[in-house]
Design a protein around this ligand. Structure first.
Ligand SMILES: Cc1cc2nc3c(=O)[nH]c(=O)nc-3n(C[C@H](O)[C@H](O)[C@H](O)COP(=O)(O)OP(=O)(O)OC[C@H]3O[C@@H](n4cnc5c(N)ncnc54)[C@H](O)[C@@H]3O)c2cc1C
Length: 465
């Protein structure tokens, strides 16, 4: 563990695996760390153990991952699973915890490939047991074969919501209703982008197929709904929402919510990289170049953590990052590099063709964060929207100021659940663009570790890449 690696990759999803395969193919010394027990990331979670039934239900989008994981297993890259990274030192050291023991290692380069997460959106009683992210259903099914008991209501917007519905129908889960919050006007603003998307009709047809399957399934499908709420005392009992015909109410034991996907910026915020705001999908992302380079020496971001483009693009983004590093370390000639980069960029741009259309079609609704004062925004520190608005009234203007005054974002998750909501509430109250605000500061340890474990770590000198 004490040698300085050419590359330390955090995350064994499509981006991290592809970067590892490419870089180790050029003879670089690569170590991949991931908190999951096996490689695959979010999309190809537990793919090596998936049985035929699982592969059939999750379809080719999932089974495709096996070839990538097999290539990775055959490569010379070293892999440590169950390894939770909790700190990156901009001098290129990485701290991680495995088996309740933490250690620090050095790399000449670090690739942050930690992917994306479902956008957390506070709404009335979202903290009730029985309310969870829709993506968790797929994650649980992939990792342990467990499926939810019905009756289930799904609410939100985006292709992943439709994909989860499709999987649940195949699994025979009782679905009471799907509440689609996608604004009616989105289709009009997305239409000018359709010609670009037609370069990849396969993706468009897949989306249409998911919608048709939902309609054919006979499930209650409500479009253009607003104001969904969870109701119940100690556990979810029902879901209420509004349609153009008025308020409605459905009994449910499980509410699965999905409001799109946003990059995980845990480490990019921790090391102080510059973040930009995407006005369409409304999230922060770290500023990077085409190779995932960040302007900070030896620090790269690959895959959905750099910008949400999806699983296949993540593999190409991972390869591009590896090619850049291999070129800088003279593991391949500049002619070889140019050749490989040109080929990879071409494939990436073909994959990205439908993205602007899909992003505009599923642009989050404007009232996403129009939440009442009683609603908890920061679940760790129990800070309500009303307390945040009060702090703004008293003169606070920045997320980090409000964090200091209210403790919003100061809990265990360090703002992973509330950071975007906090910025949106400030922006709305001060009539600003959230992009004018600075995201919350995140301090190491970025993930929870015990104080006794922390006390046993000996930090290395900052490496000089
Ligand atoms: C909930 C959810 C469900 C999704 N479902 C689908 C789907 O059904 N179909 C589809 O096409 N796309 C889906 N996506 C999108 C898809 O997962 C991504 O496009 C793709 O996986 C991105 O690849 P990546 O390599 O960038 O990141 P990921 O595949 O997310 O891989 C990141 C890896 O980093 C690891 N990691 C994160 N933080 C740490 C840390 N601190 N220490 C160590 N390891 C860490 C994670 O465990 C993970 O294995 C989903 C995304 C989410 C968030």
């Amino acid at each position: 563990m004490d040698r300085v690696r050419d590359i330390i990759i955090i995350g064994a999803g499509p981006a991290g695996l592809s970067a590892a395969v490419t870089a180790s193919g050029y003879g670089l010394d690569v170590l991949v760390l991931d908190e999951q027990p096996s490689p695959g990331g979010q999309l190809y979670r537990n793919i090596e153990r998936a049985d035929q039934d699982t592969l059939k239900i999750l379809g080719p989008d999932y089974s495709k991952g096996l070839a990538l994981v097999e290539k990775f297993r055959k490569s010379a890259a070293e892999y440590i699973g169950n390894a939770i990274v909790w700190r990156i030192d901009p001098g290129s050291n990485v701290c991680f915890s495995t088996d309740s023991q933490s250690m620090e290692i050095s790399g000449k380069n670090i690739i942050i490939a930690i992917g994306a997460k479902e956008r957390p959106v506070p709404f009335s009683s979202w903290t009730l047991p029985g309310v969870m992210g829709a993506g968790a259903v797929d994650a649980n099914f992939k990792s342990s074969g467990t499926i939810p008991d019905g009756p289930v209501v799904l609410a939100g917007s985006g292709p992943l919501l439709l994909s989860v519905v499709g999987h649940m129908v195949s699994l025979g889960v009782e679905i009471s209703a799907v509440l689609d919050t996608t604004p009616r006007g989105n289709i009009l603003s997305a239409l000018p982008l359709l010609p670009g998307a037609l370069r990849r009709t396969d993706y468009l047809l897949k989306g249409v197929g998911m919608l048709l399957n939902l309609k054919r399934s006979g499930i209650n499908y409500f479009k253009n709904i607003t104001d969904y709420k969870a109701n119940g005392k100690d556990w979810l009992e029902s879901v209420s929402f509004k349609t153009k015909n008025g308020s409605q109410h459905i009994d449910a034991e499980l509410l699965l919510v999905h409001e799109g996907i946003v990059p995980r910026c845990d480490f990019t915020q921790q090391i102080g990289l510059k973040h930009l705001w995407d006005p369409v999908q409304r999230y922060w992302y770290p500023e990077t170049n085409v190779f995932g380079g960040t302007g900070m020496n030896g620090i790269y971001v690959a895959g959905d953590g750099a910008f949400v483009h999806g699983g296949i693009p993540a593999t190409f983004k991972g390869s591009l990052t590896a090619l850049d590093i291999a070129g800088r370390l003279n593991a391949l000639s500049s002619a070889e590099k140019t050749d490989d980069v040109v080929k990879t960029v071409k494939k990436l741009s073909s994959e990205l063709a439908p993205r602007p259309f899909v992003d505009a079609l599923y642009k989050p609704r404007m009232d996403l964060y129009n939440i009442n004062d009683e609603t908890l925004v920061c679940r760790c520190e129990e800070v309500t929207a009303g307390s945040i608005r009060q702090a703004i009234l008293e003169g606070c203007q920045e997320p980090n100021e409000i964090k200091t005054i209210t403790r919003c974002g100061m809990g265990h998750c360090q703002g992973r659940m509330c950071g975007i909501a906090l910025a949106e509430i400030i922006a709305e109250n001060l009539e600003l663009d959230p992009g004018d605000l600075r995201p919350l500061n995140i301090r190491p340890p970025v993930r929870n570790i015990s104080l006794s474990e922390l006390s046993r770590v000996t930090l290395l000198e900052a490496a000089t890449p």
